[in-house]
Write a protein that binds this ligand. Structure first.
Ligand SMILES: *[C@@H]1O[C@H](CO)[C@@H](O)[C@H](O)[C@H]1NC(C)=O
Length: 183
């Protein structure tokens, strides 16, 4: 009996450790698909309610179908971040458009393998950008491409930034971008 219990305990500990390892691993390599909708990291800590030190700056206020935009994720106070997830959302809050997979030049100093693309459900391929590793970053520059048949009045970007595993700002919204009709 004693023996069986000890084995069972060992098994449970291994399963738990493996699960923990898998989670930790998944996160250091970017957000998993479970966070696609609410953008909430599953780290167990509550989202921060104090003002976010991070901003997402857009290079334009309006966009037409097929056009691109540059997004810059950075901090206001030089605090770095380890993780992030960014998505464009249409007026129905569904992911739209896609990110460009690599900078024009792979030697681009802004890239250095900081991020990767994932395809969240209910949206096109590569509709979401997330961190590729847990190295501290101070700035991430991304190119987002509007779908050719862009519809609706406006869109916005929703994003989460994790300073570390226990401190993150969830589901923040960029300024709204108005959609201009193609002639
Ligand atoms: C999606 O991104 C990956 C790299 O992250 C790239 O290899 C692939 O071509 C992209 N797919 C589309 C449809 O853009």
């Amino acid at each position: 009996m004693m023996m069986v219990n000890a084995k069972l305990a060992l098994l449970l500990v291994s399963v738990a450790a493996f699960g923990y390892l898998q989670t930790a691993l998944a996160y250091s390599e970017g957000a998993p698909l479970e966070v696609c909708t609410d953008l909430m990291p599953q780290h167990g800590a509550p989202a921060q309610t104090k003002e976010s030190p991070y901003t997402l700056t857009l290079n334009r206020k309006s966009v037409k179908g097929g056009e691109s935009m540059t997004l810059t994720l950075a901090s206001k106070d030089f605090s770095k971040f380890k993780g992030f997830i960014i998505q464009a959302r249409d007026s129905n809050d569904k992911p739209i458009g896609s990110f460009t997979s690599l900078p024009a030049s792979k030697n681009n100093a802004e890239f250095k393998g900081k991020w990767k693309l994932i395809s969240c459900p209910d949206g096109p391929t590569n509709n979401t950008a997330t961190h590729a590793n847990a190295v501290e970053k101070s700035r991430v520059v991304l190119t987002w491409n509007a779908p050719k048949n862009l519809e609706g009045q406006s869109l916005k970007f929703k994003y989460t930034v994790a300073k570390n595993g226990g401190e993150y700002w969830v589901g923040k919204e960029s300024e709204s971008v108005s959609v201009t009709k193609k002639n």
